[in-house]
Design a protein around this ligand. Structure first.
Ligand SMILES: NC(=O)c1ccc[n+]([C@@H]2O[C@H](COP(=O)([O-])OP(=O)(O)OC[C@H]3O[C@@H](n4cnc5c(N)ncnc54)[C@H](O)[C@@H]3O)[C@@H](O)[C@H]2O)c1
Length: 353
């Protein structure tokens, strides 16, 4: 039997989709509803057939193809989908199924939540990152220029189905991106999860580890769904990470979200050391793990202002203060920690020169 985690008002189910409650949900709750499946180019090619061929209920589903990649997690694409939904006369009782990585689940959740003040959606994440993080916890949204996730709403799916067989077609590099968020879950909340991940060969993740990682995130989200307190811990690595990702977003050297988060984890671990929160030995240990899995990049000194400018737009800030999550030990951290311009520069010089 598939394992299930109870989230606030929905379930997260782990295991083969065919053994899951998906069919039951379709027939019981949505038998008279139109079904719209959102995919990107890759999930259209690699994941859609599995759904269409196995579920008679989806034989007539409308498939909407989103352009692949973070640069397309934007309002223009949402408009096109909303227009298509309207043309197709999708009503409030209909259903959107987000079949894809974090870009599809973030944007698809946002599209569903805004359309007619909200229609039901189900997430079927197909990348490791979306399975362990993006599809979970109700944050939906899109980017605004180089600023990440600036437009969005908290809105929960009706269900999430995590079937690791989708990972068979996911490129190795993409698995690593999910690995970065799993490491983050271990670092901020659960040393045992971190210890299990450390010896893992690049991206070789199994369903038990996915389940553990989701449990950690879900526990934090349940305690603080709207990110007033503990949920802020999940932003570890993201103050630097989002700024670095945003900086390269419109360039030829785009960085994937997970890769940027891995670099952000490194920067914010060094910052934790710099601010006297952890020993240098902890930084050295985490440094070793990050560099054996992810390529380091260098940021030129003339670009520091642009990076700091992006950090100033971070949603976690208060007033003019840039706030960050800092480690106090492996498995523990503090949020809402103010950081200065000088500290940011010192970190960039040390870690990404
Ligand atoms: N909402 C949240 O709480 C939250 C948390 C973390 C990250 N995110 C967001 O998630 C996004 C990153 O997610 P991502 O790394 O999944 O990116 P993504 O959606 O771009 O997917 C990565 C790549 O893998 C491809 N892909 C996905 N599944 C596949 C499969 N089964 N086979 C082959 N190819 C497949 C995609 O087409 C894409 O090319 C970012 O926009 C980030 O901001 C959101």
């Amino acid at each position: 039997m598939n394992k299930i985690i109870k989230a606030k008002d929905y379930s997260i189910e782990f295991g083969p989709l065919l053994d899951s409650n998906f069919q039951n949900l379709l027939t019981k709750n949505y038998s008279n509803s139109k079904k719209i499946i959102l995919v990107d180019e890759n999930t259209h090619e690699f994941c859609l057939e599995y759904l269409i061929t196995n579920y008679a209920e989806l034989a007539d589903a409308e498939v909407m193809l989103l352009p692949e990649g973070e640069e397309n997690k934007v309002m223009e694409v949402c408009f096109q989908v909303w227009e298509a939904l309207s043309e197709y006369k999708v009503s409030r009782k209909d259903l959107i199924i987000n079949l894809g990585g974090g870009v599809v689940t973030d944007m698809g959740g946002f599209i569903a939540s805004i359309y007619k003040r909200g229609i039901d959606f189900i997430n079927i994440p197909t990348s490791l990152l979306a399975m362990v993080d993006a599809s979970i916890g109700g944050k939906t949204g899109i980017d605004l220029g180089s600023y990440k996730n600036q437009l969005g709403v908290f809105s929960n799916p009706k269900a999430i189905f995590i079937d690791e067989s989708f990972l068979h077609t996911l490129p190795e590099e993409e698995k690593l991106n999910g690995f970065a968020e799993m490491i983050k879950h271990g670092l901020v909340k659960n040393i045992n999860h971190f210890k299990k991940l450390v010896p893992i060969e690049k991206g070789k993740i199994n369903l038990d580890l996915i389940y553990d990682s989701v449990s950690i995130k879900n526990e934090i989200v349940l305690a603080d769904p709207n990110e007033n307190n503990e949920r802020k811990k999940l932003n570890f690595g993201h103050t630097f990470g989002h700024a670095i990702e945003g900086f390269f977003l419109e360039s030829e050297n785009q960085l994937k979200h997970g890769h940027a988060v891995a670099l952000g984890i490194l920067c914010e671990t060094y910052l934790s050391y710099l601010k006297g929160k952890i020993d240098i030995a902890i930084y050295d240990f985490i440094h070793q793990i990050i560099i054996s899995n992810f390529e380091l990049i260098s940021i030129r000194e003339e670009d520091y202002d642009a990076i700091i400018n992006l950090m100033q737009q971070d949603k976690k800030n208060q007033g003019n203060k840039i706030l960050c999550v800092l480690l106090t030990e492996i498995g523990q951290c503090e949020f809402d920690q103010e950081i200065s311009r000088d500290e940011i520069i010192e970190v960039l010089k040390k870690v990404l020169s």
